[in-house]
Every structure is written in structure tokens, then in C-alpha cells.
Design a protein around this ligand. Structure first.
Ligand code: HEC
Length: 200
């Protein structure tokens, strides 16, 4: 009988299985820490919460081939300049409201969630908010009473009244403004944006 060739030996494949599992485990741990770094506010792609003090643009980047958020001049949300801690508290309040009211049941955030309603990643920049001078007010009013202020965009889909207070609504707007400043590798692609001072 022919001897079993080396590449078919059982011992080799047992060792290979152990090594591959071991190496992939190490890779997984490395990627976990790397990802946590990349998604922390104040890192390269995810701006600090105080980004809500600045104008957020979404401009085409020729080198990368898609639109990227660019922070501009000072443009404090609701006219109030916040320090990093205050901004973090406000954005966090907004994020917790978004979680408590389960917005992802209908919307996607950063592409995660349901597809009944528009993605909210760049909703701060949606031209539907007319222009900068009224955007904040329109968003706050829409969130507090989406039935009376329904826009529907011809889809006939309606956002229900979710019982959001004014404080919660303002915090959600802060969260949405901050989220629009996150570099998402061009997601969502080809998103048309509201006109803002400083546009080319
Ligand atoms: C039951 C489904 C549903 C839930 C839950 C829901 N929405 Fe909506 N939302 C919609 C629909 C449908 C629209 C589009 C209709 C409209 O604009 O009148 C919409 C529109 C929006 C818009 C306007 C989007 C844009 O870019 O113009 C924002 C902002 C928004 N929702 C935020 C939220 C937030 C924040 C929550 C959670 C607090 C939430 N929605 C929960 C269905 C939902």
C-alpha cells in the first residue's frame, strides 16, 4: 500500500486547524480594539461631540470618489456654543431618546435598522428642511408632532406621534447633527444636501 502523502496526514490537518483558530482569534481581538478606536468620538472619522458647534458640509472628495463630511465655521446649534462635556451630554440625551423610542423600527441609522422610513445618517443635511435659518426649528417641530408636520415626500408613509418632549426633540436634533459629521465612507451615496452659507 502507498504511504499517505504528507499533505494528507491527519496530524497536519489537526495542527492546521488549531493554528488557524488561534491566529483568527488573535486577529479578532486586534480588530475589536482597532474598531473601538475608530468609532470613538474625537477620532479621525468620528468627530468630537462639540462638532455640533460647527457647520457640517457634505462635499465631494475627488481623491476618494465620494461625498465626505467637512466641518466648517462656527454655527452653534440653537445659537448656543457648548463645551465638549455639554455637547456630549446633549448628543447622548438625543441618542438615548432615539433608542428609547425605537426609531430603528422604521429608520436606518448609519445603515442599520428598518427600511420603512428614510435613513437618518444625513437627515440634518436634508434639503427638505428648506434652509439653515429655519432648519433647527422645523426639525424640532417635526419630531414633536410628525403628524401635523408630515412631509411624506409622496410616499404616503407617515411618521406616528411618538410623544417626544421639546427637550428630547432638541437633543435628537443635536444627535442627528453630530451623526451627519461622521465619515461613513460616502454612505449614503449621492445624498443631495441643503444649501448652507459657505457653499461653493
Ligand atoms: C413607525 C415608523 C417610524 C418611527 C418609529 C419613526 N419614524 Fe421618523 N419617519 C417615518 C416616516 C414614514 C418618515 C417620512 C415621512 C415624513 O417625513 O413625514 C419619517 C421621517 C423622519 C425624519 C425626516 C427625515 C428626513 O431626512 O427628512 C426624521 C428626522 C425622523 N423621521 C426622525 C425620527 C426619529 C428621531 C425617530 C425616533 C424618535 C423616528 N423618526 C421614529 C417613520 C417613523
Amino acid at each position: 500500500m502507498n504511504p499517505i502523502p504528507w499533505w494528507a496526514s491527519e496530524a497536519l490537518w489537526k495542527k492546521a486547524a488549531i493554528w488557524v483558530t488561534g491566529v483568527m482569534f488573535a486577529v479578532l481581538i486586534f480588530l475589536t480594539f482597532d474598531t473601538v478606536n475608530q468609532i470613538t468620538a474625537g477620532s479621525q472619522r468620528v468627530p468630537a461631540y462639540s462638532a455640533i458647534n460647527q457647520r457640517v458640509y457634505y462635499r465631494f472628495d475627488r481623491e476618494r470618489g465620494y461625498q465626505v463630511p467637512v466641518l466648517g465655521d462656527e454655527a452653534p446649534l440653537f445659537g448656543q456654543l457648548l463645551d465638549e462635556d455639554e455637547a456630549e451630554a446633549l448628543v447622548t440625551h438625543g441618542k438615548l431618546t432615539v433608542q428609547a423610542k425605537n426609531c430603528m423600527n422604521c429608520h436606518t441609522l448609519l445603515g442599520n435598522g428598518a427600511y420603512f422610513a428614510p435613513d437618518l445618517t444625513k437627515s440634518w443635511l436634508d434639503p427638505a428642511w428648506v434652509d439653515e435659518s429655519v432648519r433647527e426649528q422645523l426639525m424640532v417641530e417635526f419630531l414633536m408632532d410628525p403628524v401635523a408636520n408630515a412631509r411624506t415626500f409622496g410616499s404616503d408613509r407617515r411618521m406616528p406621534h411618538l410623544g417626544i418632549s421639546e427637550d428630547e426633540s432638541r437633543a435628537v436634533v443635536a444627535f442627528l447633527k453630530w451623526m451627519s459629521s461622521i465619515d461613513t465612507n460616502g454612505f449614503p451615496a449621492g445624498f443631495p444636501v441643503i444649501r448652507q452659507a459657505g457653499d461653493p
